[in-house]
Design a binder for this molecule. Structure first.
Ligand SMILES: *[C@@H]1O[C@H](CO)[C@@H](O)[C@H](O)[C@H]1NC(C)=O
Ligand SMILES: *[C@@H]1O[C@H](CO)[C@@H](O)[C@H](O)[C@H]1NC(C)=O
Ligand SMILES: *[C@@H]1O[C@H](CO)[C@@H](O)[C@H](O)[C@H]1NC(C)=O
Ligand SMILES: *[C@@H]1O[C@H](CO)[C@@H](O)[C@H](O)[C@H]1NC(C)=O
Length: 281
């Protein structure tokens, strides 16, 4: 635990730039520039706990579903690294510590840090702004670390951005008892929010034009650009006699107005329009 680890002398092989994960759409994977620090104690990633293995013999073996470890004669771990730190396209550990692109079937446990809405996307690690998880279609979370401590995860750009003020690093410690059983909006991207369950954090995501309101404990419409937007009616459809109007305010902010359609028009997609003629079949 907590061991800062050196990749078996190969430490200088550093991949830079962007690569694409196999069979996914075009979402880039940022290859880590650093040796991996393996420390799950503060990250509250429960999903890999079950897969965590112990040293049974001297040599190289899988430390978890995504990491390799080196064991000594006393069956103690002397070194460990994430497969993704060596090759982002071979993030899984199988068999005798081999990194591959195919996950061991028994590793396939979904992570609470991966909301169901989106796959192949990066999500924050609530307890550490220098880390993120990459969630695949099975909601398996692969931890990624910032290339340097001067960078923090930015979920809006799906990459790392320079830490300029302390506010850039948003972290909550869900394991502290005062934090538990409550919702928290993820301030850098209020579309995301966490619930601190007793076993650790759970990540949720509002739909596209919404942000989480901690007071009301629910997602609500938020203006992110100018335009006219449908008001959900609560039944999966939208209201037809009124709409949300978003106008530019000061300093890149937006003002929200709830506005009725002129009499005789109904809101359709992006504006108040004449009702469609009755369907003739
Ligand atoms: C956060 O993550 C970084 C990168 O993995 C690690 O170096 C650092 O120790 C972690 N910080 C805490 C408080 O766990
Ligand atoms: C991980 O989750 C399982 C089931 O959800 C739970 O039984 C276990 O105690 C958790 N482990 C930790 C370290 O929180
Ligand atoms: C959340 O809702 C409350 C109550 O309506 C409101 O006063 C507050 O401004 C909202 N917060 C955000 C961030 O929109
Ligand atoms: C907008 O920016 C100006 C100067 O940059 C600042 O004085 C003002 O308070 C800001 N207004 C709002 C609403 O943030």
């Amino acid at each position: 635990m907590g061991a800062v680890v050196w990749i078996l002398g190969l430490c200088c092989v550093i991949a830079t730039g962007l690569q694409t994960i196999r069979a996914d759409d075009s979402l880039p994977i940022v290859v880590r520039l650093h040796r991996t620090v393996v420390d799950n104690t503060n990250t509250n990633l429960n999903d890999s706990d079950e897969s965590k293995k112990e040293c049974k013999a001297r040599g190289i073996t899988c430390g978890s579903c995504t990491s390799v470890m080196l064991c000594n004669h006393e069956n103690k771990m002397v070194a460990s690294y994430e497969c993704s730190s060596v090759d982002a396209q071979r993030p899984y550990c199988v068999g005798n510590g081999m990194c591959t692109n195919i996950m061991d079937a028994q590793c396939n446990t979904p992570s609470e840090l991966c909301p169901p809405e989106q796959s192949y996307a990066f999500y924050p690690v609530p307890g550490n702004c220098s880390e993120s998880v990459y969630c695949n279609d099975k909601k398996f979370a692969m931890k990624q670390s910032a290339p340097s401590s001067s960078y923090v995860f930015n979920s809006l750009v799906q990459s790392w951005t320079l830490r300029k003020t302390t506010a850039d690093c948003f972290q909550i410690n869900c394991l502290s008892s005062t934090m538990q059983n409550k919702f928290y909006v993820y301030k850098p991207n209020p579309r995301l929010y966490f619930y601190c369950a007793t076993f650790g954090p759970m990540t949720f995501e509002c739909s596209e034009n919404e942000e989480f309101n901690e007071t009301k404990r629910r997602c609500e419409f938020a203006c992110k650009k100018e335009g006219k937007f449908a008001i959900p009616d609560g039944n999966g459809g939208s209201q037809t006699d009124r709409y949300y109007l978003c106008l530019a305010g000061l300093n890149g902010s937006y003002q929200l107005f709830e506005t009725p359609c002129p009499t005789g028009l109904t809101f359709q997609t992006d504006d108040c329009k004449l009702p469609p003629p009755p369907a003739t079949s």
